[in-house]
Design a protein around this ligand. Sequence first.
Ligand SMILES: Nc1ncnc2c1ncn2[C@@H]1O[C@H](COP(=O)(O)OP(=O)(O)OP(=O)(O)O)[C@@H](O)[C@H]1O
Length: 493
Amino acid sequence: MGRWVDPAPFEGVRPRVPWWALVPGKLKWVAALVALVWLLLLGGVRLALVVVRYPAVSLTPALLVLCWWRLGWGSLVLVLLAVAAGLVIWWGLSRGSFSRQVWLRLVTEFRRATVYVPRWKTTVRLAELAKEWRGREYLPKLRRVRSDGWRDRVRVRMIPAQSHEEWELRRAGLAHSFGARSCRVRVLKPRVLELDFVHADPLARPVLVPPLCNDADAVDLKRVVVGVLETGKTWRLKLLGNQVLGVGVQGAGKASVLWSIVWHLAPAIRAGAVRLVGIDPKGGMELGQCEEAFSRLVFDNGAAAVELLEEIAAEVKERASRYRGVRRIWARRSGEPFTLLIIDELADLVAYQPDRNLRERAVRAVSTITSQGRAPGYAVLGLVQDPRKEVVAFRHLFGTKIALRLDEAPQVDMVLGDGARARGAAAHEISENTPGVAWVKTDGRGTPERGRAFWVTDADLVELAMFFGITEASVHPFPGRSGSDDASGGVAA
Ligand SMILES: Nc1ncnc2c1ncn2[C@@H]1O[C@H](COP(=O)(O)OP(=O)(O)OP(=O)(O)O)[C@@H](O)[C@H]1O
């Protein structure tokens, strides 16, 4: 007795209750309410996204059901007939706007739903554009899709630590995966890219020149019309305060760029507000087709051409010294003509000329004109087949570069700048069947644009020559500084 005996240990199974059973009842109600609101919000956002991404497919049936519910079958049929008639009239009156606002919207929704959404995850995973980290998968997000008929523009939000170069490296694979001919990459803002999936070439057909204009006032030297861009907009070149270099293999259509510019400038040339000076080392094969447009022309790459270049370089310096402190850049009020120096086959002058002395003089003169001609109203349009530094050492002095069809892929970056080819400016892939098609890059402007110069035929050149008065002497007098306001007044600067 008196000895302590341990009680038997408790052998029953302790009940295991989930943690939330221990949460006070009120708190549980609040949590359930928050979860419900969160789910509703999520559902609402998803629904809104579906409506935003597929407005036609989602809103049209909803509106039809609403119409049937409120007004009945008869009214629904009437509404349908009225809408169909409206669409037919719209199509008849303006096919362009009908196509943009109705047809292309439907195509956009169709392609998003049938091409991009179903293939997106698999493609980015297989292309190694998605990553896994600590069991979580990071997938680039498919954002807005827009179909322009010939291309689909697809916005992408990249995953953290990804760069656009990774996408550029996989352009070809992405194009194949989404059934496109090619893919181009554009950076829109940090983390957001736009991929262009190209299906057709809107520039496949030649573009005819517009009718010759008589109005010198319509000539804007900052927006000279050269052709059309693949987006359907007008291709314009800045001449005032700029220098232009056109590069392309034989038959690429360099001449069409040059004649398109002359075509647009024609009224201003005739009014004496713009003067053309030309050097054609091919013996006049090209510029000789419309001599009437030029105030000075030399048909070789020898001493005469170099002297002309030096004369212009001296004019540039003289005019620049007169303008110093008076005006920053040439304007029509100056009473002096804007001068465009056109050099067909620039390489013949600055690289292939066997006489070293002449060659060096030519390089010096062209470098002076291109580097100092901006303010006093002198522009150079140089055309060349070979863009290498050994050939055109001063190509950086040209603010706008035009890459027509090129021979080799590395030449693209030589002309348009580093990284242009990686982003999709494939000038080396331009078809032989589309002369005049070119990629254009202007310094300080984002990505290169693709366009096609007007097709200036022999008949057009005859018309151009007649415009300048074929019977008159082919030398146009420069308007003098006094009393020349009328002549130059027509050029918008
Ligand atoms: N924009 C264009 N649209 C349609 N056809 C064009 C266009 N430009 C040129 N062509 C056609 O392509 C051919 C070659 O064009 P062009 O003479 O302009 O080439 P190029 O680059 O100047 O050649 P080269 O270096 O031999 O002078 C011509 O027959 C011309 O009719």
